[in-house]
Write a protein that binds this ligand. Sequence first.
Ligand SMILES: [Zn+2]
Length: 315
Amino acid sequence: MAEGDKQQKRFTAWKRCAIVLLMLLVIIPSSISVILMFQMTGLRKDVRELQNEVRIWNGSSEQEAYTENMQLGEISEAEATADVVALENKLVWDDMEQNAQKWSSSSGIRRVYLTFDDGPSSNTDKILDILDEYGVKATFFVCGNERYMEEYQRIVEEGHTLGMHSYSHKFREIYQSTDAFVEDMNRLRDYLYEVTGVESKIVRFPGGSSNTICENDIMQDLIAYFAQEEIPYYDWNVSCGDAASSYISAERIAKNVLDNVWKYDSVIVLLHDASNKDTTVEALPMIIEKILESEDTVLLPITEDTTPIQHVQAN
Ligand SMILES: [Zn+2]
């Protein structure tokens, strides 16, 4: 009887051991899989960001980066066509180094112009709040979007410059011909006047004058057209890099600006005002604070009298 009891106990102990062992065999591998899965997702994101950077460094267009992100389901097709293109190619940057002298002034005061492309968006109010907080005026190169009528008005009322960027921002349509572009721009000019009572006097070509979608002779025609209209076009000499991929950290955006802003005496900084660019908004206070700390640097809105920075000029 006692022997039977012992055997029973031993059997129960073994059973427990077996169950615990079995549970460990299940729990440990599944926990490891979950951890690895999270790490893999993070790594894939990093790889994608790096690929985008390499692509831009190699001189291919942001369009490709966007198209790829779109295929990966990162952004919608609308954003992929709306928010694009080119220009940060190496050629342009080499030119910029050569142009550094030309963009220097003798006044000893560095003028920095923060410019926001593609708005208004769900982030416009946040951007305006930050600018207001620091008492800084900037420039918005806007598109046509009837959802944000109050934001256009706020831009004007708070003393920022309202620039034109195209109504539709659809590269394949607007850059088809000079007429198509002019028609789209006139639509935007009329719309902005109707909403704000202000006639916009400056323009930024979608993708910049050096974009890879618009053919050279059309760009030359457009440059001639705006010269005749006395509407200067503005590119940039510092880019925050926020168009490069669907995700770029706020720290990286701030670093892209703050590493380069001191190279010139007249600096036009490219930033984006878009609903998927929260990190640009997040980076803005860091950028403004560092620039304001520098005694010989001022932050200004672009006006018609601001000397333009242009990647492509009239032949
Ligand atoms: Zn744009």
